[in-house]
Design a protein around this ligand. Sequence first.
Ligand code: MG
Ligand code: ZN
Length: 178
Amino acid sequence: MRPFVFLDRDGTLVRDSGYPHRREDYSLLPGVLEGLQLLAKAGYALALATNQSGIGRGLFQAADLQRFQDLLLTDLTAAGIELAATLVCPHEPAAGCACRKPAPGLLLRARDEFGADLAASWMIGDRAHDVLAARRAGCRGAVRVGVGAPAPARGDPFALEAPDLPAAARLLLGYGAP
Ligand SMILES: [Mg+2]
Ligand SMILES: [Zn+2]
């Protein structure tokens, strides 16, 4: 068992243009590589945890998702960053699956299949449903990005906000070692 940082994808690692899946949609957000390097260096395993309902809605195919993922993985690998797991919910909301955030299913899978110590793990995402999934999975806390200035590293660990991923990384590292 090891501590993870779960990473939402759209709006957190890459620009959220609305169901990004084409090559031309791909745009890594500023500072993401530096932020992920900080987390990995501190001893966290990194995992993607992403809702991709565009598949369930028929907007794009699993092969499009894979091609988009390959663009991201190429950038991460070039920066020496490894993903311990890629967790994807492809279902549309009406499917009522157990994995679409805010359900905790993706994180429970990380525990069962990849040895995530959820009580020691964090979530970074840009939506309330990311934070709620982490809370329901029994994580240590969550940082919402794309909002506000960095909140102080105290108080409710599920109420943390940061402007972007590198700020979120520094904020959660302020809570101490994994
Ligand atoms: Mg998002
Ligand atoms: Zn699902």
